[in-house]
Every structure is written in structure tokens, then in C-alpha cells.
Design a binder for this molecule. Structure first.
Ligand SMILES: Cc1ncc(C[n+]2csc(CCOP(=O)(O)OP(=O)(O)O)c2C)c(N)n1
Length: 319
């Protein structure tokens, strides 16, 4: 699948939308409009957008606790996403899920998972069902570097490989699992090298380069769709914010964060489009403004939406 200018601009818009959504999320949190915690992916937008761009609209994704970007990249309705985030009845899951449980089965987003690595075995099941039903759809599963050190990762990759399942495993290596550096948690340089242990291709890419992510994931998607089985793609990236809202950021230096900001995926992609003659500065500014306006509208929609009725509190809890 080649990307035309319209699609690339759409990807830039998605990246701006993710950034604007999460910056707004921080503000709403400060205003006390959000309860509980949240995990932001600011700085990681190219990973979500590049990967999802390689999919067909009816393909499936499984997301993580850091999943706002994945939802936007899978073309979620921003109003419904924001309403869910703010715990409103009009949200994707009627406000019952919040930040970590935004799902939209209709658009192929099978949802986030608060259990680290929890989505990886589920992806194997989803891919298995697609293979058995011969739908031609594939499943893409996002997870973090920390998840790649857990048991379910290894079991799931092995099963997907022996059953030649149409699944793409996308490891978003943002350098830390909570406060623990991947350099301390993993003896090998590239997580993607683990793919060899399960007999599947593994590729490590610059996860802040949306086109590089797109190309690597496209190869994996092509392979999955052709019935050749799973692949592992590692997007090397970085989160600027703390792990969650209760992170004092004591395990890394300001200099390290600043260094990564030099490689920010959004200005990089904008520059690429400008240099390619696929965008002008004015158009880029227009796209960014539209993304911000969409987020402001989503907040208004959510503010005006009702809270779930207390009488429904047990709905969906007991079978
Ligand atoms: C099974 C399980 N163990 C521990 C936790 C607590 N926890 C939440 S996020 C997280 C770190 C996950 O790191 P990583 O997979 O790299 O994803 P990232 O947060 O960097 O996106 C941990 C240990 C959990 N939610 N689930």
C-alpha cells in the first residue's frame, strides 16, 4: 500500500490530534475533571499513527494502558473518546471505562488493557478467529518494552508462530517500564531480535519516524495477510511525560528528555512533507489548528454530556 498526499496529511492531522488530546487531558486532570490516573504518550505519536496507517479499516488492534494515540490512529470519534475519558454517559463505553478502557469494536479497536502484556495473548486469539473464519483481516497488537519481558509475550509469540497466525506484534519501546530503564531490564540491545527465537521476522525501527514505522509495519501486515504468519516490529521511541500522573520523574534527567525532544516525531513529519512538496507551512498550521479545534469541541460535547445514572451502576458488572 503506497501513501498518497491525502493520506499523509491525514496522518499528520492524527499526530496533532493525539498531542492536542493528551495536552488537554493534562489540563482537565489539573482542573479536577478527570478521576483516577492516566498514561500519556506525548512524544510517541509516530508509533501509533505509522502502525495504524498500514492497516485496513476493518483490521483489528489491541491497545495498552497508554492507548489514547492508538484510538486516534484507528480513527476513533474524538467526541466519544473525550466523553469516555471524562466518564460521561455518551462515551464509547458509557463512561464506565475511562482513559484506560476506550474500545470501539465497530472501528476494529478491541480496546486497551490495564494488565501489562494482557493484550498480547488476546491478539493471538483474535488472529486465530480471523484465520478460522477466513476473513482476511489481521490483528495488530501494541505493547510496551516492559511487556516484552513478561511471560505472556513469549508464550503468545510462540503460539502465533506455530499456528502461522495473521498478527503483527508492535513493541513500543519508550525506554522505561514505569521507572525501570530497558537498559537495565533487558540484556540485548534490540527487543526485535527476540523474534528469531520464535521463527518470525523482527525489525527495529526509529519509532519517531512515522514513515519508517509505516514501512516496517506494512511489510509485517503484507506477510500476515498473505498467510505467512506473525512478525515483531519494535518502535524505538520515548515518552516525555511521567509513567502516569503519580510519577515524580526521578529516574531520568531533564537533559535526556530534552535530547529526545530534538527528535520529536511531529515537526519531523511536517518537515518531511514540506521538503517533499506535499504541504505548505500555512497548510500545516491549518491542520494543527483544526486538530486543536476538534479537541476543544470534544471537551464542550463532553462537558454538556450527562454523568451515568447512579441507578445503572450495576449494569455490566453481574452476568
Ligand atoms: C500484570 C501487571 N503487572 C504490573 C502492572 C503495573 N504496571 C502498570 S504499567 C507498568 C509498566 C509497563 O511498561 P511498558 O510495558 O514498557 O509500557 P509503558 O508504560 O512504557 O507504555 C506496570 C509495571 C500491571 N498493570 N499489570
Amino acid at each position: 500500500m503506497t501513501l498518497d498526499t491525502t493520506k499523509k496529511r491525514h496522518m499528520l492531522r492524527q499526530m496533532y490530534t493525539i498531542r492536542a488530546f493528551e495536552e488537554m487531558a493534562e489540563q482537565l486532570y489539573m482542573l479536577g475533571k478527570i478521576h483516577g490516573t492516566m498514561h500519556l504518550s506525548i512524544g510517541m505519536e509516530a508509533s501509533a499513527v505509522g502502525a495504524a496507517a498500514a492497516l485496513n479499516p476493518d483490521d483489528y488492534i489491541l491497545s495498552t494502558h497508554r492507548g489514547h494515540g492508538h484510538c486516534v490512529a484507528k480513527d476513533a470519534d474524538i467526541n466519544l473518546m473525550m466523553a469516555e475519558f471524562m466518564g460521561k454517559e455518551t462515551g464509547y463505553c458509557r463512561g464506565r471505562g475511562g482513559s484506560m478502557h476506550i474500545a470501539d469494536v465497530d472501528s476494529g479497536n478491541l480496546g486497551a488493557n490495564g494488565v501489562v502484556a494482557g493484550g498480547i495473548p488476546i491478539a493471538v486469539g483474535v488472529a486465530m478467529s480471523q484465520k478460522m473464519q477466513k476473513t482476511g483481516r489481521i490483528c495488530l497488537c501494541f505493547f510496551g518494552d516492559g511487556a516484552a519481558n513478561s511471560g505472556p509475550f513469549h508464550e503468545a509469540l510462540n503460539m502465533a508462530a506455530i499456528w502461522t497466525l495473521p498478527v503483527v506484534f508492535v513493541c513500543e519501546n519508550n525506554q522505561y517500564a514505569m521507572s525501570y530503564s530497558i537498559r537495565k531490564a533487558c540484556k540485548i540491545e534490540r527487543i526485535a531480535d527476540r523474534a528469531a527465537g520464535y521463527g518470525m521476522p523482527g525489525e527495529t525501527v526509529d519509532g519517531n519516524d512515522v514513515m519508517a514505522v509505516y514501512e516496517a509495519v506494512s511489510e509485517a501486515v503484507k506477510r500476515a495477510r498473505a498467510g505467512e504468519g506473525p512478525s515483531l516490529v519494535e518502535n524505538v521511541t520515548y515518552r516525555y511525560r511521567g509513567h502516569s500522573k503519580s510519577d515524580a520523574n526521578r529516574y531520568r534527567s531533564k537533559e535526556e528528555i530534552e535530547e529526545w525532544k530534538e527528535r520529536d516525531p511531529i515537526p519531523r513529519f511536517k518537515r518531511y512533507l514540506l521538503e517533499n512538496g506535499e504541504l505548505t507551512e500555512a497548510e500545516a498550521a491549518g491542520i494543527e489548528q483544526e486538530a486543536q479545534a476538534a479537541i476543544a469541541d470534544a471537551v464542550e460535547f463532553s462537558d454538556n454530556s450527562p454523568e451515568p445514572d447512579l441507578a445503572t451502576i450495576e449494569e455490566g458488572v453481574y452476568a
